[in-house]
Structure formats: structure tokens, C-alpha cells
Design a binder for this molecule. Structure first.
Ligand code: GLU
Length: 555
């Protein structure tokens, strides 16, 4: 070995004790079945997951699960500006709300599980430095002492001469420093970054076989990119990607499309170390069509649905969200689901070739629709149990009522459920209260009665009193309705709508006006599920109370 290079490398990395070979041994190839996808989610510890990143994590997790592979969580905390307190736990919680639990990686702010750690970059400094030192020893990396002004100067010259911008070739000033000069500067405590001495030729082509996008051609990288930053000696994303994804034996890199342009750098780094190259899938941006019809990137600031907490708070069932995410992840999923309506998501195989790359359109109304369909297929008991979990966290008052009136609540959720076309009004757990509140006296203290067709107050009083005293029959739906019609005939309302339409002037109104009045007085709403079912559950006593309450309110 070149003694001078060794002296330089030792000066640059005085604390490195292990070599690349040592690490190779410490983190051996994983023993997994053929085709197993090892992939990761690699966020900064920002405390939350944005929808775009969640989609990436969801897809990566799915790809790993489908192949009996590994999905791990690596925390990229080399940018201190993006770190917040408890930032990891926040991320884990967001993931957990979508059933995404990493097989390996960080499990809280300090601890991790798995044999390929540390899974947080700030604890991997010695490893990065060992790899960088290896490059210095091989003459493939060098210290660069250029300060901001010098770099600006290079840029200005390049702009003036219409040259490609960047630190490369003859523009890379510190490339040509002699080893002695570099050693002298370090001894002189001059600040430096570590740069790659790129062996690339910009006129040569390389190809990225992107799993989602097909082949993309690039010029080879010839930039002497920074590997290790000066102030804190932290690695750049590029260098950490190489070291971490190699040592963690990642087979598939699934990441945002903003990284496509960096591929030539990454490809070169893997080549220099002669490491097996991972496969790449660059996912599209998550977009939305806003109120004005403009297609734009989903924005953390403007769009509540960009934060994944939204789904949890809103109470959209996890399975519905997952189903929706799969819809936007793989273009063939909806068709598959139509063909296999009762199969679980686990039966669908994630397909890299079906990734939508032109930008993923995020459509909340579609998600609510999926949620609606999903909830319409739940049994009353399932609704009850799931709602109990949601209300415990978000609606204590309703939670207590659900606990207190368990059987009654289940019967309410069962209204129009066990039928061929079950009700489809619930859009999320948070929406349910508004559809059933009137069944609970505790939530019916100050009802906001909707308008009814029959305007005369005396007439309303007459109908409700006559009904309660003479015609109320809850034996079964047929007798119930027969009685109502009987009363209509007696009071001058058409019991037959067709008849009414022919000669409306012969009547005060028709049977639907009468049931409308009964409905509003009992529930305050003009629109409810089956009125007989509601009345059956309320029972005579409560019906009486509700009529009285209503009549009081209108007088
Ligand atoms: N920390 C990077 C990011 O959040 C990770 C990208 C990657 O998955 O490689 O964008």
C-alpha cells in the first residue's frame, strides 16, 4: 500500500478501526428464499408520515410480505433540521395505523430489532468512515478544502463559458492537490469534505432498468460528489444509501421519483465497491385535483388528507384505506378486486410493472366510497366493536353510550343491514354518530327538527295524538303500515299515492306526509333508515315521550 495514502487516510479518519471486509463479515448475505424482496422505509425522524411516503412504505411492505422478504425501518437522521423529539415513535404510530409493522429496524427512539443494525444513521458513523477511508486508500476519494466562495467561483466560470455546472474533471480543484499538500492542510486543521474521485466518463451511457418505468438512459456520473460532509462528518444521502443498503442487504430500493436523477451516482458507487446492485423502483408523486380542477402535488400544508393522522381521526377503516392505497399503487388492482370481491388484500400480488408512474392521483371521495362499501359489508357486531375502538380514542361520550347500551346499539347498526342491498350511509366511524344519534335520549336533548310537509300545528298535534292513542301497532311491519294507512283514510290523507296523484285536491295530503311527520318527531330527520325498525327499537314509551317533546317544541 502507498504509505503516503495511508498517512492521509489515517489523518482523515483517525477513529476508524474496522475495514470494509470486517463489515462484510458482520452483515452477511441474508438467508432468504429465491425472489424474496428485502426493502425498507427510510424516513427522517420528523414525527409523522406524509401520504406520499406512506404510499411508498405501504408498497414496500406489501412487496416484502408477498415474497416472504423483509421490510425494515431505517431512520435517516443525518439532517438535524428534519429531526424532532419523539420523531421515530410518531412515524411508527402512523405506520401502525395502516397495519404496517416493520420486521426489523427502530422500534422506538433508541431501540431496534434485527441483525443488520444500527438502523439509525447517526449511529453508523464509524461504518461510513470505514467505507470512505477505503476509497481514500484506493485513490478513489480525496479531501476537498474548497470553501463556499471557491465553489461559487467555479460555478460562475462554468456559467460564463456555458459549461456543465458541477465539481468535476479539471474544475475539481482539490483533485489535483498532491497527497503531501492535502496532508499539510489537514495537519493545519483546515476544514474538508470527502469527495469521490469519480472514474466516470460523461460521454458514456448507462442504463437504469427501473422496475416501474422501464429502461432510462443516463450519461455516466463524472461529478466528484461529496461523500462525507465537513462540519459534522456525516455522510451525504448518496453515500449512506450505498453503505446502508448494501450492508443491510437490501434487494429493492423503492423511493420517490425525485431520486431518479441521482441514479448514475448510486450506480457508480456500487460499481466501485463491486457490490451487488439493488433493483430500483421510483414511485410517482402523489397528486390531487384541487377544487379549481387543477392537478397539483398533494400538499402537507393545504390538504388535510396529506397527513396520515387524518384517516385515523376520521375513522376510515384500515382495510378500506389499504384497499384504496392498493388501487392507486397498482393499476390492475381494481380489476382484480372486482373479480375477487371476497378475497383479502394478501391474496393480491404486488406488481412492480403496474406501478402508476405518471403521478398518483389521490382522490379522497373515492376513498370514502370504498370506505362506505366496506362498512356496508360489516356485520352489526363488527361495526359495534370497531366503533368502540374508534370512539374510545375520539368520542368518549358516544363510547360510554355504546358500552352502556351494547345490545341496543348492535340492533341499531343492524337496521337495513341484513338485506340484499344493505344501507350505505356510514362513510367512516366518525360519521356513524350523526346517523344514529336520535336513537339515544342522551344525544337527543336539543334536537334540531327538520321541516315537515304538514304545516298546520294543530293538524300535526291531531295526527300524532290520534296515531299514538288509536293506531300505534308495532307487531310487525305489515300491521304497522296498515294501521298508518287506516288512520290516513280516517283523517283525510290519501293512503294510496297513485290515487293521490290523480286527485290531489280530494285530500289534505298523503301517507308519506304523515310518516314524514312521525319520522321527524321521533328522529328530527326527514331522512332515516326504515321507520318501522326505528320505532320498534325505540318502543312505545319513548315514542310517546318523543311526540310530546316534538309538540312542545313547535308550540
Ligand atoms: N431519507 C430519504 C427520503 O426521505 C430516503 C429515500 C430512500 O428511500 O432512499 O427521501
Amino acid at each position: 500500500m502507498n504509505d503516503k495514502l495511508k498517512e492521509l487516510a489515517d489523518l482523515m479518519f483517525p477513529n476508524v478501526t474496522k475495514t470494509v471486509e470486517d463489515y462484510e463479515k458482520m452483515y452477511p448475505e441474508r438467508n432468504l428464499e429465491e425472489g424474496a424482496v428485502v426493502t425498507r422505509f427510510a424516513p427522517s425522524p420528523t414525527g409523522f408520515v406524509h401520504m406520499g411516503s406512506l404510499l411508498t412504505a405501504f408498497e414496500a411492505h406489501k412487496a416484502a410480505k408477498d415474497t416472504n422478504g423483509v421490510f425494515y425501518l431505517r431512520i435517516e437522521d443525518t439532517d438535524q433540521k428534519r429531526s424532532v423529539e419523539n420523531g421515530i415513535v410518531g412515524i411508527l404510530n402512523d405506520l401502525k395505523n395502516f397495519d404496517i409493522v416493520p420486521d426489523e429496524g427502530m422500534i422506538d427512539e433508541e431501540n431496534s430489532i434485527g441483525n443488520y443494525g444500527p438502523y439509525i444513521q447517526s449511529e453508523r458513523m464509524e461504518i461510513y468512515h470505514a467505507f470512505a477511508k477505503d476509497l481514500v486508500l484506493r485513490g478513489l476519494a480525496y479531501p476537498c478544502f474548497c470553501n463556499a466562495e471557491e465553489l461559487d467561483e467555479i460555478r460562475e466560470i462554468q456559467e460564463l463559458n456555458k459549461e456543465r455546472i458541477g465539481y468535476y474533471g479539471s474544475f475539481a480543484k482539490c483533485r489535483s492537490l498532491s497527497i503531501d499538500e492535502a496532508i499539510a492542510k489537514i495537519k493545519n486543521k483546515e476544514d474538508f469534505v470527502v469527495r469521490l474521485k469519480s472514474p466516470g466518463n460523461f460521454n458514456k451511457k448507462i442504463i437504469l432498468n427501473d422496475l416501474a418505468r422501464g429502461d432510462i438512459e443516463f450519461p455516466e456520473n463524472d461529478l466528484d460528489i461529496v461523500l462525507i460532509k465537513s462540519t459534522d462528518k456525516l455522510p451525504t444521502y448518496h453515500f449512506a444509501h450505498l453503505v446502508d443498503d448494501h450492508l443491510m442487504r437490501t434487494t429493492h430500493i423503492m423511493r420517490g421519483e425525485e431520486w431518479i436523477a441521482s441514479f448514475p451516482i448510486h450506480d457508480q458507487l456500487f460499481s466501485i465497491f463491486n457490490f451487488k446492485k439493488p433493483k430500483y423502483a421510483h414511485l410517482g408523486l402523489v397528486m390531487k385535483v384541487d377544487d379549481t380542477g387543477v392537478r397539483r402535488k398533494l400538499s402537507k400544508r393545504k390538504d388535510p388528507e396529506a397527513s396520515v393522522e387524518f384517516y385515523h381521526k376520521e375513522g376510515i377503516p384500515i382495510d378500506a384505506v389499504k384497499s384504496y392505497l392498493m388501487t392507486i399503487a397498482n393499476s390492475n388492482f381494481e380489476e382484480w378486486q372486482d373479480k375477487n370481491p371476497d378475497s383479502p388484500l394478501a391474496d393480491f400480488k404486488y406488481d412492480f410493472k403496474k406501478i402508476s408512474i405518471s403521478g398518483t392521483l389521490f382522490d379522497v371521495s373515492k376513498l370514502f366510497n370504498i370506505s362506505k362499501n366496506y362498512l356496508s359489508k360489516r356485520t352489526a357486531k363488527e361495526i359495534y366493536e370497531e366503533l368502540l375502538i374508534w370512539t374510545e380514542e375520539f368520542d368518549q361520550e358516544f363510547y360510554n353510550l355504546l358500552l352502556k347500551y351494547k345490545d341496543y346499539a348492535i340492533s341499531i347498526f343492524n337496521i337495513e343491514r341484513n338485506i340484499e342491498k344493505p344501507r350505505k350511509d356510514y362513510t367512516s366511524y366518525s360519521s356513524i354518530r350523526n346517523f344514529v344519534f336520535y336513537m339515544f335520549d342522551e344525544l337527543f336533548m336539543n334536537p334540531n327538527y327538520e321541516e315537515v310537509k304538514i304545516k298546520d300545528k294543530k293538524e300535526r298535534e291531531l295526527i300524532l295524538n290520534t296515531y299514538y292513542n288509536e293506531y300505534l301497532d308495532l307487531t310487525d311491519k305489515d300491521s304497522w303500515f296498515l294501521k298508518i294507512k287506516e288512520m290516513c283514510d280516517k283523517l283525510g290523507y290519501a293512503s294510496n299515492i297513485k290515487e293521490y296523484k290523480k286527485n290531489p285536491e280530494n285530500y289534505k295530503g298523503n301517507v308519506s306526509d304523515v310518516t314524514g311527520l312521525i319520522r321527524v318527531s321521533l328522529t328530527s330527520k326527514t331522512n332515516t333508515p326504515d321507520l318501522f325498525n326505528i320505532m320498534e327499537l325505540l318502543g312505545k314509551e319513548k315514542i310517546k315521550e318523543r311526540f310530546t317533546k316534538y309538540l312542545k317544541s313547535i308550540n
